[in-house]
Write a protein that binds this ligand. Sequence first.
Ligand code: NAD
Length: 255
Amino acid sequence: MGPTLFDLAGKVALVTGGSKGIGLGMAEALGKSGATVAIASRGKEDLIKAERELKEKGITVKGFQVDVTNKQKVEQLIEDVVTEFSHIDILINNAGTNIRKPLVEVKEEDWDFVMGTNLKGIFLTGQAVAKQLIKQGEGGKIINISSIFGATGMSNQTSYSASKGGINQLTKVWADELAPHGIQVNAIGPGYIKTPMTADWLSDQERLKSIVDKTMIGRIGTLEDLAGPVVFLSSASSSYVTGQILYVDGGWTAK
Ligand code: NAD
């Protein structure tokens, strides 16, 4: 027992959507626990900024540009990360997006965009990393980033909730399929966390109050609230945990 229980030294973690928000926070948490980190996202400028920020914190990191909705680019990403760091041990399958609209206003292209990024992107990245982990033959960890809306309903979340419910199901299927390879697959379902994705939405004080009121703990979450859970699920401490959705939501889904 002791700090080695959560030690990630020698491990390589790939974090999609690692250039900002939750992905960047998780990349920092994994790096501070000793992992080498590959961050992958769409925007080059954010990626360069995030890489510099993490390096300043003493983390070994490299940024990779990718569009997770493109199978060929995702496969190239895995090849590039392996060329750079020789292996991958942990995937934080996090890249995601949202378009909030009432059902009757959701356009077909809104649905395709959200489902494409959140569900197809998670599938393509999970599949490519699973192939690499199986080839390496030393197990691994896949952590899909879901949401409270994978479990609960709320207005304006048609495509988003459908995508996150899908992620929860993928998590269970992959956990069963990949267990014989020593790979654990779990998901984290965060409640509201202030990031570039939610900043505008949460700036309405009335809405913020109604969101806070849905939690037991009485506040929205922070990136620090997600650090322990992601390190736990990435480390040897969670060896007997698979197929689970860990809600880090101040009690929202239990209320
Ligand atoms: P964000 O908008 O701040 O960051 C999203 C990241 O994903 C960025 O790095 C972006 O470049 C990347 N990305 C988006 N589309 C991509 C694509 N096609 N290819 C590659 N990268 C792409 O969002 P966030 O709030 O940090 O959310 C991250 C994840 O956490 C998402 O899956 C989101 O659904 C989930 N989540 C967020 C909250 C919250 O309150 N912020 C709550 C629950 C779940």
